[in-house]
Design a protein around this ligand. Structure first.
Ligand SMILES: C[S@@+](CC[C@H](N)C(=O)[O-])C[C@H]1O[C@@H](n2cnc3c(N)ncnc32)[C@H](O)[C@@H]1O
Length: 214
């Protein structure tokens, strides 16, 4: 269970009462566990996956963007929600994303996805297209840069989702003063004080902030 800031019983109840992942998502999670070991903890949670698909279905983006693809769980959830649009994925790892490619093929969504390898700040800077939906889930120190680069390209009414914004709940505990907790707190403050957007922090997975450009 990723929502470690909730009591285990509540966290399990939420997972049990959200639509369950299908066999392909379970297979992808199991392969990630086998290949990536403790790094498999980087995957979004199953309820976040369902949420990504639903938001994609609601926004109906012409172009969605994912920053941080790993082995493909979240990108598969976004791609499955598309109705005619495209998904551009950014990551630095050939190794992890080769697994993602395999599952995009298995799910029949590979033709809708373009993957660019390299630092995502550079890849985003090179983009000229208008973004309607973005999911940010890569290296946390670059969150402010990813956010700004996405915002510059996001259409009004467009939506940005950002993962790990509750950081195991440490953000709300003043006794945690380590660099990563501070980085996430600063990012949360940045979004909160951005007059361009309306935002809400959702306590699913490790915390998911949903941001709408006004
Ligand atoms: C938390 S994982 C993403 C998990 C994925 N969203 C999922 O749930 O299926 C973070 C990913 O960000 C990638 N990453 C790290 N630094 C990056 C950078 N500078 N540019 C692009 N991707 C980066 C890593 O290779 C890793 O695959």
């Amino acid at each position: 269970m990723k929502a470690s800031y909730l009591s285990p019983a509540v966290g399990q109840y939420i997972l049990a009462h959200s639509t369950q992942p299908d066999d392909l998502l379970d297979e992808l999670a199991a392969e990630t566990q086998q290949v990536a070991g403790s790094n498999a903890g980087m995957l979004i949670s199953p309820d976040q996956g369902r949420f990504l698909t639903m938001i994609t279905q609601l926004v109906r983006p012409e172009l969605a963007v994912e920053v941080g693809t790993f082995t493909g769980y979240s990108s598969l959830c976004i791609a499955r929600g598309l109705s005619g649009g495209r998904l551009r994925c950014f990551d630095v790892s050939e190794e992890w994303t080769s697994i993602a490619r395999k599952y995009w093929e298995k799910a029949g969504v590979a033709a809708r996805i373009t993957l660019t390898l390299g630092p995502a700040t550079e890849s985003l800077r090179a983009m000229e297209d208008r973004i309607a939906l973005a999911f940010i889930d890569a290296d946390k120190t670059n969150y402010p840069a990813y956010y700004e680069l996405v915002m510059e390209r996001l259409r009004p009414g467009g939506v940005v989702l950002v993962d790990n914004t509750l950081w195991d709940g440490y953000v709300a505990d003043p006794s945690y003063e380590d660099d990563m907790t501070r980085t996430i707190r600063e990012f949360n403050d940045l979004v909160m004080n951005d007059p361009r957007v309306t935002s809400v922090m959702l306590p699913i997975g490790d915390g998911l902030t949903m941001i709408r450009k006004n």
